[in-house]
Design a protein around this ligand. Sequence first.
Ligand SMILES: Cc1cc2nc3c(=O)[nH]c(=O)nc-3n(C[C@H](O)[C@H](O)[C@H](O)COP(=O)(O)OP(=O)(O)OC[C@H]3O[C@@H](n4cnc5c(N)ncnc54)[C@H](O)[C@@H]3O)c2cc1C
Length: 461
Amino acid sequence: MSASKPQFIQALKHSFSSEDYRVEPSQCWAYGYDNSRLHALPDAVVFARDHQQIQQLLKLCRDFQIPVISRGTGTGTTGATVPVHGGVILSFEHMNRIIRVDPDNRLLIAQPGVTNDAIQQAAAEHGFFWPPDPTSSAICTLGGNLAYNSAGPRAVKYGTTRDNTLGLTLITGKGETLHTGVKTTKGVVGYDLTRLIIGSEGTLGIITEAILKLTPLPETRRTLQIIYNSMQGAAEAVAAIMAQPIIPCALEFIDKQAIDMIRDYASILLPVNAGAMLMVELDGRHNSVDDGLSAIINTARNNACLEIKQAASQDEINALWETRKALSPALRKIAPKKINEDVVVPVSHIPQLITGLEQLSKKYSIPIVNFGHAGNGNIHVNLLTDPDNKSMQDTVLECLDEVFTLVLKLDGTLSGEHGIGLVKKYYVGKELDKVSLDYMQAIKQVFDPDNILNPGKCFPG
Ligand SMILES: Cc1cc2nc3c(=O)[nH]c(=O)nc-3n(C[C@H](O)[C@H](O)[C@H](O)COP(=O)(O)OP(=O)(O)OC[C@H]3O[C@@H](n4cnc5c(N)ncnc54)[C@H](O)[C@@H]3O)c2cc1C
Protein backbone atom coordinates (compact mmCIF):
# COMPACT_ATOMS: atom_id res chain seq x y z
CA MET A 1 0.00 0.00 0.00
CA SER A 2 1.45 3.41 -0.94
CA ALA A 3 1.89 6.04 1.82
CA SER A 4 -1.37 7.77 0.93
CA LYS A 5 -3.54 4.62 1.07
CA PRO A 6 -3.85 4.38 4.90
CA GLN A 7 -4.78 8.06 4.96
CA PHE A 8 -7.28 7.47 2.17
CA ILE A 9 -8.90 4.64 4.16
CA GLN A 10 -9.13 6.95 7.19
CA ALA A 11 -10.73 9.66 5.08
CA LEU A 12 -13.15 7.11 3.58
CA LYS A 13 -14.19 5.97 7.06
CA HIS A 14 -14.58 9.56 8.14
CA SER A 15 -16.72 10.65 5.16
CA PHE A 16 -18.90 7.59 4.44
CA SER A 17 -21.47 5.62 6.42
CA SER A 18 -20.00 2.26 7.52
CA GLU A 19 -22.79 0.51 5.57
CA ASP A 20 -21.46 2.01 2.34
CA TYR A 21 -17.95 0.52 2.36
CA ARG A 22 -15.80 -2.51 3.25
CA VAL A 23 -12.06 -2.37 3.89
CA GLU A 24 -11.34 -5.78 5.48
CA PRO A 25 -9.41 -7.90 2.92
CA SER A 26 -11.66 -10.90 3.65
CA GLN A 27 -14.71 -8.81 2.73
CA CYS A 28 -13.07 -7.18 -0.30
CA TRP A 29 -11.59 -10.39 -1.76
CA ALA A 30 -14.65 -11.51 -3.72
CA TYR A 31 -14.80 -8.13 -5.48
CA GLY A 32 -11.36 -8.68 -7.05
CA TYR A 33 -12.52 -11.28 -9.61
CA ASP A 34 -14.43 -11.32 -12.82
CA ASN A 35 -15.20 -14.10 -15.30
CA SER A 36 -11.65 -13.83 -16.73
CA ARG A 37 -10.70 -15.61 -13.48
CA LEU A 38 -7.94 -13.08 -12.88
CA HIS A 39 -7.84 -11.63 -9.39
CA ALA A 40 -6.35 -8.68 -7.51
CA LEU A 41 -7.31 -7.51 -4.04
CA PRO A 42 -8.91 -4.03 -3.90
CA ASP A 43 -8.08 -1.71 -0.99
CA ALA A 44 -11.76 -0.99 -0.42
CA VAL A 45 -15.22 -1.70 -1.79
CA VAL A 46 -17.73 1.14 -1.84
CA PHE A 47 -21.43 0.49 -2.47
CA ALA A 48 -22.76 3.20 -4.76
CA ARG A 49 -25.89 4.81 -3.34
CA ASP A 50 -26.55 7.84 -5.55
CA HIS A 51 -24.92 10.29 -7.93
CA GLN A 52 -23.85 12.77 -5.19
CA GLN A 53 -22.22 10.06 -3.06
CA ILE A 54 -20.19 8.88 -6.07
CA GLN A 55 -19.09 12.45 -6.76
CA GLN A 56 -17.94 12.71 -3.15
CA LEU A 57 -16.00 9.45 -3.56
CA LEU A 58 -14.35 10.67 -6.76
CA LYS A 59 -13.18 13.86 -5.07
CA LEU A 60 -11.60 11.79 -2.32
CA CYS A 61 -9.97 9.39 -4.79
CA ARG A 62 -8.64 12.29 -6.82
CA ASP A 63 -7.19 13.97 -3.73
CA PHE A 64 -5.38 10.77 -2.75
CA GLN A 65 -4.72 9.53 -6.33
CA ILE A 66 -6.59 6.28 -5.70
CA PRO A 67 -8.01 4.24 -8.63
CA VAL A 68 -11.79 3.71 -8.89
CA ILE A 69 -13.05 0.65 -10.73
CA SER A 70 -16.80 0.49 -11.44
CA ARG A 71 -18.24 -3.00 -11.07
CA GLY A 72 -21.55 -4.53 -12.07
CA THR A 73 -21.66 -8.23 -11.23
CA GLY A 74 -18.23 -9.18 -12.59
CA THR A 75 -19.47 -11.45 -15.41
CA GLY A 76 -17.13 -9.71 -17.88
CA THR A 77 -14.65 -12.11 -19.48
CA THR A 78 -11.63 -9.86 -20.08
CA GLY A 79 -10.64 -8.69 -16.60
CA ALA A 80 -11.93 -5.12 -16.96
CA THR A 81 -13.07 -4.96 -13.32
CA VAL A 82 -9.96 -6.58 -11.81
CA PRO A 83 -8.20 -3.91 -9.69
CA VAL A 84 -4.64 -4.54 -10.89
CA HIS A 85 -3.45 -1.29 -9.31
CA GLY A 86 -5.53 -1.71 -6.15
CA GLY A 87 -7.91 1.09 -5.24
CA VAL A 88 -11.67 1.18 -4.75
CA ILE A 89 -14.15 -1.17 -6.33
CA LEU A 90 -17.35 0.81 -6.79
CA SER A 91 -20.17 -1.72 -6.69
CA PHE A 92 -23.56 -0.85 -8.17
CA GLU A 93 -25.53 -3.67 -6.57
CA HIS A 94 -27.69 -1.22 -4.56
CA MET A 95 -28.18 1.29 -7.39
CA ASN A 96 -30.59 -0.93 -9.31
CA ARG A 97 -33.78 1.06 -9.87
CA ILE A 98 -35.81 1.43 -13.03
CA ILE A 99 -36.59 5.12 -12.81
CA ARG A 100 -39.17 5.48 -15.55
CA VAL A 101 -40.73 3.58 -18.45
CA ASP A 102 -42.15 5.88 -21.10
CA PRO A 103 -43.90 3.72 -23.73
CA ASP A 104 -45.24 6.72 -25.69
CA ASN A 105 -41.69 7.83 -26.39
CA ARG A 106 -40.29 4.29 -26.46
CA LEU A 107 -37.74 4.85 -23.73
CA LEU A 108 -36.76 3.54 -20.32
CA ILE A 109 -34.54 5.30 -17.78
CA ALA A 110 -32.60 3.16 -15.30
CA GLN A 111 -29.74 3.07 -12.84
CA PRO A 112 -26.64 1.05 -13.81
CA GLY A 113 -26.99 -1.74 -11.22
CA VAL A 114 -30.26 -3.08 -12.66
CA THR A 115 -29.94 -6.46 -14.39
CA ASN A 116 -30.61 -6.86 -18.10
CA ASP A 117 -33.49 -9.26 -17.30
CA ALA A 118 -35.13 -6.71 -14.99
CA ILE A 119 -35.05 -4.16 -17.84
CA GLN A 120 -36.65 -6.70 -20.18
CA GLN A 121 -39.41 -7.45 -17.64
CA ALA A 122 -40.19 -3.78 -17.03
CA ALA A 123 -40.27 -3.08 -20.78
CA ALA A 124 -42.37 -6.18 -21.52
CA GLU A 125 -45.12 -4.97 -19.20
CA HIS A 126 -45.63 -2.18 -21.76
CA GLY A 127 -45.23 -4.40 -24.87
CA PHE A 128 -41.56 -3.52 -25.48
CA PHE A 129 -38.07 -4.98 -25.13
CA TRP A 130 -34.52 -3.62 -24.99
CA PRO A 131 -32.58 -5.37 -27.80
CA PRO A 132 -29.17 -6.10 -26.13
CA ASP A 133 -29.46 -9.74 -24.99
CA PRO A 134 -26.20 -11.17 -23.62
CA THR A 135 -26.54 -14.79 -22.51
CA SER A 136 -25.71 -13.62 -19.00
CA SER A 137 -28.84 -11.40 -18.94
CA ALA A 138 -30.18 -12.87 -15.68
CA ILE A 139 -27.20 -11.56 -13.72
CA CYS A 140 -25.25 -8.99 -15.73
CA THR A 141 -25.99 -5.31 -15.15
CA LEU A 142 -26.89 -2.38 -17.35
CA GLY A 143 -23.63 -0.66 -16.30
CA GLY A 144 -21.63 -3.66 -17.57
CA ASN A 145 -23.70 -3.84 -20.79
CA LEU A 146 -23.00 -0.16 -21.45
CA ALA A 147 -19.31 -0.22 -20.55
CA TYR A 148 -18.64 -3.29 -22.73
CA ASN A 149 -21.17 -2.49 -25.49
CA SER A 150 -22.53 -5.98 -24.86
CA ALA A 151 -24.82 -7.79 -27.24
CA GLY A 152 -26.19 -11.19 -28.13
CA PRO A 153 -27.97 -13.04 -30.93
CA ARG A 154 -30.50 -10.24 -31.54
CA ALA A 155 -27.75 -7.77 -32.56
CA VAL A 156 -27.90 -9.00 -36.15
CA LYS A 157 -31.31 -7.33 -36.56
CA TYR A 158 -31.57 -4.83 -33.72
CA GLY A 159 -27.96 -3.71 -33.11
CA THR A 160 -25.83 -3.58 -29.99
CA THR A 161 -26.04 -1.56 -26.76
CA ARG A 162 -24.60 1.46 -28.61
CA ASP A 163 -27.44 1.39 -31.13
CA ASN A 164 -30.08 1.16 -28.40
CA THR A 165 -29.02 3.84 -25.95
CA LEU A 166 -30.18 7.44 -26.27
CA GLY A 167 -28.27 9.14 -23.48
CA LEU A 168 -26.24 8.82 -20.30
CA THR A 169 -25.49 10.63 -17.08
CA LEU A 170 -21.96 10.08 -15.85
CA ILE A 171 -19.26 11.47 -13.62
CA THR A 172 -15.91 12.06 -15.27
CA GLY A 173 -12.53 11.52 -13.64
CA LYS A 174 -12.53 15.24 -12.81
CA GLY A 175 -15.68 14.69 -10.75
CA GLU A 176 -17.84 16.65 -13.20
CA THR A 177 -21.39 15.58 -14.07
CA LEU A 178 -21.86 15.04 -17.78
CA HIS A 179 -25.20 14.50 -19.52
CA THR A 180 -24.89 13.03 -22.99
CA GLY A 181 -27.42 12.35 -25.74
CA VAL A 182 -31.10 13.10 -26.09
CA LYS A 183 -34.55 11.77 -25.19
CA THR A 184 -35.59 11.72 -28.85
CA THR A 185 -34.89 9.27 -31.65
CA LYS A 186 -33.12 11.98 -33.69
CA GLY A 187 -30.60 14.55 -32.49
CA VAL A 188 -27.40 15.95 -33.90
CA VAL A 189 -26.36 18.79 -31.59
CA GLY A 190 -22.68 18.45 -30.76
CA TYR A 191 -20.45 15.35 -30.80
CA ASP A 192 -21.95 11.94 -30.02
CA LEU A 193 -20.47 11.44 -26.55
CA THR A 194 -22.97 8.67 -25.76
CA ARG A 195 -21.40 6.34 -28.31
CA LEU A 196 -17.92 7.31 -27.10
CA ILE A 197 -18.68 6.39 -23.49
CA ILE A 198 -20.40 3.12 -24.43
CA GLY A 199 -17.68 0.49 -24.76
CA SER A 200 -15.08 2.53 -22.85
CA GLU A 201 -14.95 -0.04 -20.02
CA GLY A 202 -15.24 2.43 -17.15
CA THR A 203 -12.11 4.33 -18.21
CA LEU A 204 -13.77 7.65 -19.14
CA GLY A 205 -16.60 8.02 -16.63
CA ILE A 206 -18.81 6.41 -14.04
CA ILE A 207 -22.32 5.97 -15.45
CA THR A 208 -25.07 6.76 -12.96
CA GLU A 209 -28.13 6.74 -15.24
CA ALA A 210 -29.02 5.69 -18.80
CA ILE A 211 -31.84 6.47 -21.23
CA LEU A 212 -32.54 3.32 -23.24
CA LYS A 213 -34.34 3.06 -26.56
CA LEU A 214 -37.15 0.48 -26.50
CA THR A 215 -38.47 -1.62 -29.40
CA PRO A 216 -41.99 -3.12 -29.63
CA LEU A 217 -42.13 -6.87 -28.89
CA PRO A 218 -42.70 -8.87 -32.08
CA GLU A 219 -46.03 -10.70 -32.40
CA THR A 220 -44.43 -14.04 -33.16
CA ARG A 221 -41.22 -15.84 -34.07
CA ARG A 222 -40.10 -18.89 -36.06
CA THR A 223 -36.94 -20.86 -35.35
CA LEU A 224 -35.02 -23.06 -37.77
CA GLN A 225 -32.27 -25.60 -37.19
CA ILE A 226 -30.29 -26.14 -40.39
CA ILE A 227 -27.60 -28.81 -40.69
CA TYR A 228 -24.77 -28.79 -43.25
CA ASN A 229 -22.24 -31.47 -44.07
CA SER A 230 -19.38 -28.97 -43.90
CA MET A 231 -18.42 -25.76 -42.13
CA GLN A 232 -17.79 -24.18 -45.51
CA GLY A 233 -21.36 -24.95 -46.61
CA ALA A 234 -22.81 -23.34 -43.48
CA ALA A 235 -20.50 -20.33 -43.71
CA GLU A 236 -21.51 -19.77 -47.33
CA ALA A 237 -25.19 -19.96 -46.34
CA VAL A 238 -24.63 -17.26 -43.68
CA ALA A 239 -23.22 -14.89 -46.29
CA ALA A 240 -26.12 -15.70 -48.66
CA ILE A 241 -28.77 -15.12 -45.95
CA MET A 242 -27.24 -11.77 -45.00
CA ALA A 243 -27.17 -10.69 -48.66
CA GLN A 244 -30.97 -11.02 -49.08
CA PRO A 245 -33.55 -8.50 -47.78
CA ILE A 246 -35.16 -10.41 -44.85
CA ILE A 247 -33.05 -9.88 -41.73
CA PRO A 248 -33.30 -12.69 -39.18
CA CYS A 249 -33.42 -11.72 -35.49
CA ALA A 250 -30.79 -14.40 -34.82
CA LEU A 251 -28.33 -16.23 -37.04
CA GLU A 252 -26.11 -18.46 -34.94
CA PHE A 253 -23.34 -20.78 -36.13
CA ILE A 254 -22.09 -23.97 -34.46
CA ASP A 255 -19.15 -25.93 -35.86
CA LYS A 256 -18.61 -29.72 -35.99
CA GLN A 257 -16.67 -29.96 -32.72
CA ALA A 258 -19.39 -28.03 -30.92
CA ILE A 259 -22.06 -30.28 -32.49
CA ASP A 260 -20.22 -33.34 -31.16
CA MET A 261 -20.30 -31.78 -27.69
CA ILE A 262 -24.02 -31.03 -27.98
CA ARG A 263 -24.64 -34.75 -28.62
CA ASP A 264 -23.13 -35.42 -25.17
CA TYR A 265 -25.43 -33.15 -23.18
CA ALA A 266 -28.58 -32.41 -25.17
CA SER A 267 -31.47 -34.54 -26.37
CA ILE A 268 -31.50 -32.97 -29.85
CA LEU A 269 -31.13 -35.52 -32.66
CA LEU A 270 -28.43 -34.54 -35.16
CA PRO A 271 -27.34 -36.46 -38.29
CA VAL A 272 -24.06 -38.41 -37.87
CA ASN A 273 -22.42 -36.58 -40.78
CA ALA A 274 -23.35 -33.09 -39.48
CA GLY A 275 -20.42 -30.77 -40.16
CA ALA A 276 -22.00 -27.50 -38.96
CA MET A 277 -25.32 -26.14 -37.80
CA LEU A 278 -27.12 -22.82 -38.14
CA MET A 279 -29.89 -21.57 -35.91
CA VAL A 280 -31.98 -18.98 -37.68
CA GLU A 281 -34.78 -17.08 -36.02
CA LEU A 282 -37.25 -14.72 -37.62
CA ASP A 283 -39.62 -12.42 -35.78
CA GLY A 284 -42.37 -10.08 -36.88
CA ARG A 285 -46.08 -9.98 -37.53
CA HIS A 286 -48.15 -13.15 -37.87
CA ASN A 287 -49.13 -12.38 -41.45
CA SER A 288 -45.59 -11.72 -42.76
CA VAL A 289 -43.24 -13.97 -40.84
CA ASP A 290 -44.05 -17.15 -42.80
CA ASP A 291 -43.26 -15.45 -46.13
CA GLY A 292 -39.93 -14.41 -44.69
CA LEU A 293 -39.31 -17.95 -43.49
CA SER A 294 -39.77 -19.38 -47.00
CA ALA A 295 -37.31 -16.83 -48.40
CA ILE A 296 -34.72 -17.76 -45.74
CA ILE A 297 -35.20 -21.50 -46.32
CA ASN A 298 -34.70 -21.08 -50.08
CA THR A 299 -31.52 -19.06 -49.52
CA ALA A 300 -30.10 -21.36 -46.84
CA ARG A 301 -30.56 -24.53 -48.94
CA ASN A 302 -27.29 -25.17 -50.80
CA ASN A 303 -25.42 -28.31 -51.92
CA ALA A 304 -24.00 -28.86 -48.43
CA CYS A 305 -27.40 -28.64 -46.68
CA LEU A 306 -28.45 -31.94 -45.04
CA GLU A 307 -31.68 -30.96 -43.30
CA ILE A 308 -33.83 -27.99 -42.35
CA LYS A 309 -36.13 -28.35 -39.34
CA GLN A 310 -38.54 -25.81 -37.94
CA ALA A 311 -39.13 -25.87 -34.17
CA ALA A 312 -42.77 -26.90 -33.82
CA SER A 313 -43.53 -25.54 -30.37
CA GLN A 314 -42.27 -23.07 -27.79
CA ASP A 315 -40.74 -26.03 -25.91
CA GLU A 316 -38.72 -26.98 -29.00
CA ILE A 317 -37.59 -23.35 -29.46
CA ASN A 318 -36.52 -23.19 -25.81
CA ALA A 319 -34.65 -26.50 -26.13
CA LEU A 320 -32.70 -25.19 -29.14
CA TRP A 321 -31.69 -22.00 -27.37
CA GLU A 322 -30.74 -23.79 -24.16
CA THR A 323 -28.51 -26.08 -26.19
CA ARG A 324 -26.81 -23.12 -27.86
CA LYS A 325 -26.41 -21.18 -24.60
CA ALA A 326 -24.98 -24.19 -22.73
CA LEU A 327 -22.07 -24.47 -25.20
CA SER A 328 -19.71 -22.05 -23.49
CA PRO A 329 -20.12 -23.50 -19.96
CA ALA A 330 -19.85 -27.03 -21.43
CA LEU A 331 -16.52 -26.13 -23.04
CA ARG A 332 -15.30 -24.75 -19.72
CA LYS A 333 -15.83 -28.23 -18.24
CA ILE A 334 -13.54 -29.79 -20.85
CA ALA A 335 -10.89 -27.04 -20.75
CA PRO A 336 -11.39 -24.88 -17.63
CA LYS A 337 -8.76 -22.37 -18.75
CA LYS A 338 -9.71 -22.33 -22.44
CA ILE A 339 -9.01 -19.14 -24.33
CA ASN A 340 -12.29 -17.70 -25.59
CA GLU A 341 -11.95 -15.02 -28.26
CA ASP A 342 -14.84 -13.18 -29.89
CA VAL A 343 -13.43 -12.00 -33.18
CA VAL A 344 -15.51 -10.46 -35.97
CA VAL A 345 -15.09 -10.53 -39.74
CA PRO A 346 -17.33 -9.26 -42.54
CA VAL A 347 -19.90 -12.06 -43.07
CA SER A 348 -18.71 -12.84 -46.59
CA HIS A 349 -15.26 -13.60 -45.12
CA ILE A 350 -16.53 -16.19 -42.61
CA PRO A 351 -15.64 -19.12 -44.93
CA GLN A 352 -11.99 -17.94 -45.11
CA LEU A 353 -11.91 -17.40 -41.35
CA ILE A 354 -13.18 -20.93 -40.66
CA THR A 355 -10.71 -22.48 -43.14
CA GLY A 356 -7.86 -20.47 -41.61
CA LEU A 357 -8.82 -21.54 -38.09
CA GLU A 358 -8.89 -25.21 -39.15
CA GLN A 359 -5.37 -24.82 -40.55
CA LEU A 360 -4.11 -23.14 -37.35
CA SER A 361 -5.70 -25.86 -35.22
CA LYS A 362 -3.74 -28.50 -37.19
CA LYS A 363 -0.51 -26.47 -37.29
CA TYR A 364 -0.39 -25.96 -33.50
CA SER A 365 -2.19 -29.19 -32.47
CA ILE A 366 -4.67 -27.13 -30.45
CA PRO A 367 -8.35 -28.09 -30.72
CA ILE A 368 -10.32 -25.00 -31.78
CA VAL A 369 -14.11 -24.96 -31.32
CA ASN A 370 -16.09 -22.20 -33.05
CA PHE A 371 -19.62 -20.97 -32.61
CA GLY A 372 -21.32 -17.62 -32.33
CA HIS A 373 -23.32 -14.82 -33.79
CA ALA A 374 -22.61 -15.50 -37.45
CA GLY A 375 -25.10 -12.92 -38.73
CA ASN A 376 -22.73 -10.26 -37.38
CA GLY A 377 -19.63 -12.23 -38.39
CA ASN A 378 -18.92 -12.50 -34.64
CA ILE A 379 -17.38 -15.92 -33.97
CA HIS A 380 -16.40 -17.20 -30.53
CA VAL A 381 -13.10 -18.93 -31.19
CA ASN A 382 -12.32 -21.31 -28.31
CA LEU A 383 -8.75 -22.58 -28.04
CA LEU A 384 -9.06 -25.68 -25.85
CA THR A 385 -5.77 -25.47 -24.06
CA ASP A 386 -4.28 -24.59 -20.72
CA PRO A 387 -2.35 -21.31 -21.01
CA ASP A 388 -0.78 -22.00 -17.58
CA ASN A 389 0.85 -25.17 -18.89
CA LYS A 390 4.47 -23.94 -19.21
CA SER A 391 5.38 -26.30 -22.05
CA MET A 392 2.39 -25.07 -24.11
CA GLN A 393 2.57 -21.36 -23.26
CA ASP A 394 4.67 -20.16 -26.22
CA THR A 395 2.74 -22.32 -28.69
CA VAL A 396 -0.62 -20.99 -27.42
CA LEU A 397 0.51 -17.37 -27.65
CA GLU A 398 1.91 -17.91 -31.15
CA CYS A 399 -1.35 -19.54 -32.25
CA LEU A 400 -3.44 -16.73 -30.74
CA ASP A 401 -1.28 -14.14 -32.45
CA GLU A 402 -1.84 -15.90 -35.78
CA VAL A 403 -5.60 -16.04 -35.13
CA PHE A 404 -5.64 -12.25 -34.69
CA THR A 405 -3.41 -11.72 -37.75
CA LEU A 406 -5.83 -13.82 -39.80
CA VAL A 407 -8.84 -11.84 -38.53
CA LEU A 408 -7.24 -8.48 -39.36
CA LYS A 409 -6.15 -9.74 -42.79
CA LEU A 410 -9.82 -10.53 -43.43
CA ASP A 411 -10.81 -6.91 -42.55
CA GLY A 412 -12.08 -7.98 -39.14
CA THR A 413 -11.75 -6.73 -35.58
CA LEU A 414 -10.39 -8.40 -32.45
CA SER A 415 -13.49 -8.14 -30.26
CA GLY A 416 -17.19 -7.93 -31.05
CA GLU A 417 -18.67 -7.85 -27.57
CA HIS A 418 -16.33 -9.05 -24.81
CA GLY A 419 -14.09 -5.99 -24.85
CA ILE A 420 -10.39 -5.58 -24.17
CA GLY A 421 -9.94 -5.27 -20.39
CA LEU A 422 -6.65 -6.78 -19.30
CA VAL A 423 -6.47 -9.91 -21.37
CA LYS A 424 -6.48 -8.36 -24.84
CA LYS A 425 -4.82 -5.03 -24.22
CA TYR A 426 -1.44 -6.10 -25.64
CA TYR A 427 -3.07 -6.95 -28.98
CA VAL A 428 -4.82 -3.58 -29.43
CA GLY A 429 -1.78 -2.14 -31.27
CA LYS A 430 -2.19 -4.87 -33.90
CA GLU A 431 -5.54 -3.33 -34.92
CA LEU A 432 -5.25 0.38 -34.11
CA ASP A 433 -2.55 2.53 -35.65
CA LYS A 434 -0.49 5.07 -33.72
CA VAL A 435 -2.61 8.03 -34.83
CA SER A 436 -5.81 6.39 -33.51
CA LEU A 437 -4.11 5.39 -30.27
CA ASP A 438 -2.78 8.93 -29.76
CA TYR A 439 -6.26 10.44 -30.26
CA MET A 440 -7.72 7.94 -27.81
CA GLN A 441 -5.08 8.72 -25.21
CA ALA A 442 -5.81 12.42 -25.65
CA ILE A 443 -9.52 11.76 -25.05
CA LYS A 444 -8.67 9.79 -21.90
CA GLN A 445 -6.56 12.72 -20.73
CA VAL A 446 -9.53 15.11 -21.11
CA PHE A 447 -11.99 12.87 -19.24
CA ASP A 448 -9.61 11.56 -16.59
CA PRO A 449 -6.43 13.66 -16.28
CA ASP A 450 -5.26 11.83 -13.14
CA ASN A 451 -5.81 8.38 -14.66
CA ILE A 452 -7.83 7.19 -11.68
CA LEU A 453 -10.73 5.63 -13.65
CA ASN A 454 -10.02 1.93 -14.17
CA PRO A 455 -6.28 2.41 -14.90
CA GLY A 456 -4.29 -0.21 -16.80
CA LYS A 457 -7.18 -1.37 -18.98
CA CYS A 458 -7.99 -1.25 -22.72
CA PHE A 459 -4.59 0.01 -23.94
CA PRO A 460 -1.12 -1.53 -23.88
CA GLY A 461 0.66 1.44 -22.30
C1 LIG B 1 -22.25 -17.16 -18.90
C2 LIG B 1 -21.88 -15.85 -19.54
C3 LIG B 1 -22.43 -15.53 -20.77
C4 LIG B 1 -22.11 -14.31 -21.38
N1 LIG B 1 -22.68 -14.02 -22.58
C5 LIG B 1 -22.42 -12.83 -23.17
C6 LIG B 1 -23.03 -12.50 -24.42
O1 LIG B 1 -23.82 -13.25 -24.99
N2 LIG B 1 -22.72 -11.30 -24.97
C7 LIG B 1 -21.86 -10.42 -24.36
O2 LIG B 1 -21.65 -9.34 -24.90
N3 LIG B 1 -21.26 -10.71 -23.19
C8 LIG B 1 -21.52 -11.89 -22.57
N4 LIG B 1 -20.92 -12.20 -21.37
C9 LIG B 1 -19.99 -11.22 -20.76
C10 LIG B 1 -20.66 -10.30 -19.71
O3 LIG B 1 -21.78 -10.91 -19.11
C11 LIG B 1 -21.09 -8.96 -20.30
O4 LIG B 1 -19.95 -8.28 -20.74
C12 LIG B 1 -21.84 -8.06 -19.31
O5 LIG B 1 -22.30 -6.90 -19.96
C13 LIG B 1 -21.01 -7.64 -18.11
O6 LIG B 1 -21.89 -7.11 -17.13
P1 LIG B 1 -21.45 -7.04 -15.60
O7 LIG B 1 -22.55 -6.40 -14.83
O8 LIG B 1 -21.04 -8.37 -15.10
O9 LIG B 1 -20.20 -6.07 -15.69
P2 LIG B 1 -18.78 -6.20 -15.00
O10 LIG B 1 -18.08 -7.42 -15.51
O11 LIG B 1 -18.92 -6.05 -13.55
O12 LIG B 1 -18.07 -4.90 -15.60
C14 LIG B 1 -17.81 -4.82 -16.97
C15 LIG B 1 -17.26 -3.46 -17.33
O13 LIG B 1 -18.25 -2.49 -17.03
C16 LIG B 1 -17.70 -1.43 -16.25
N5 LIG B 1 -18.81 -0.86 -15.50
C17 LIG B 1 -19.74 -1.51 -14.75
N6 LIG B 1 -20.62 -0.62 -14.24
C18 LIG B 1 -20.25 0.61 -14.68
C19 LIG B 1 -20.75 1.93 -14.48
N7 LIG B 1 -21.83 2.16 -13.75
N8 LIG B 1 -20.09 2.95 -15.06
C20 LIG B 1 -19.00 2.75 -15.83
N9 LIG B 1 -18.48 1.52 -16.04
C21 LIG B 1 -19.10 0.46 -15.48
C22 LIG B 1 -16.61 -2.11 -15.47
O14 LIG B 1 -15.64 -1.20 -14.99
C23 LIG B 1 -16.04 -3.04 -16.53
O15 LIG B 1 -15.18 -2.30 -17.36
C24 LIG B 1 -21.19 -13.42 -20.74
C25 LIG B 1 -20.65 -13.75 -19.51
C26 LIG B 1 -20.97 -14.95 -18.91
C27 LIG B 1 -20.38 -15.27 -17.58
